[in-house]
Design a protein around this ligand. Sequence first.
Ligand code: G3I
Length: 373
Amino acid sequence: MKLKIISTFAAIALLTSVHTMAQKTLADATKGKFLFGVAVSMQQVNGANPIESGLIAKEFSAIVPENCMKPQPIQPEENKFFWDDADKFVAFGEKNKQAVTGHCLIWHSQIPRWFFVDESGKNVSPEVLKERMRKHIFAVVGRYKGRIKGWDVVNEAFEDNGKYRNSKFFQILGKDFIKYAFQFAHEADPNAELYYNDYNVETPAKCDGIVGLVKELKASGCRIDAVGSQSHMHMKSPSLDAIETSFKKLKAAGVHILITEWDISILPSPYDGANISSNFAYSKEMDPYRDGVPDSVQQIWNKRMLDVFNIFLKYDDVVDRVTVWGLSDAGTWLNGFPIRGRKDYPVFFDRDYKRKPVVDQMIKMASKYKSLK
Ligand code: G3I
């Protein structure tokens, strides 16, 4: 009898722990260490597929908009703002009690042409561009004042060689466009955190360029809280050493680190960057997993995920957020980049919205980790 009662209790305890394990999310496991976020599309905000919206609400503690806050969608014509999507996006995060990041204020891509030219199509003067930046930033940051945790103020201003990208902003205003953007954003919402965001931050020359920028911004009295390392990764690159070295450099420069757009492509790549204008021709050899990923390859991807996640945990004193760029393999931007029409498997939910087994291992890893915070 006694034995029966004990074994019943043991069974209940086991079931409860299995249930708790099944319920636990990466957001739970990383609580107190860093936020765990996801980029969301408007279809997801609008609940087009309730499974997706439900998973976003349940599994993540932070969100960032995949597109709706960028200059093109939000101010397609001068002084004509389109707020509907961004309003819904911010309300969605508030409803789910998630930290909401604004992405992004100033970027050379997804920006309407009017921003840089006058009626005759010629480049505007530095004064006019600066004023357009000010108005744009004041309007967007001002509208959501107090509701956005932090902004990606400037996105992708560097080339991989550490030189400034020769964007229209740079051509017309020189590198000072970055300083102006940070100043305007801070004036518009003094309590919002402000970030510089880029891809391939692990590339030494680029990292050094960004560190130089951080120092200059700080020296001129600008607020900069963190550098966003997009972390669009591949199976082999960047190396774990390169990731860690970039963290050390940023930490020494006195800024925090955000992993802003994490994904690990499982496909062969002709290109290591995230410059959306780079596209390459399709071939079957470059799209090897149309019918599924062989277990041996999946295991390598899992290990890579765990190795990289381990570094994020190791630096949790300065890493404030880890955000995945997209919920599921079905919707990842990598199905169309840098080669259109492929089938990639770079994030944590598969095409049937099943959470990948590696997430349980990550949860275990995070739960065991003693935080440095
Ligand atoms: O909204 C239009 C729609 O009206 C039109 O019919 C359709 C036709 O192609 O295009 C739609 O716009 C697309 C937009 O996503 C919204 O879906 C653009 O063509 C497409 O280029 C755009 O891609 C986005 C890309 O940024 C643009 O640079 C991706 O979804 C988005 O994931 C990606 O995100 C960037 C980060 O912001 C910055 N870091 C790199 C990252 C990946 O490229």
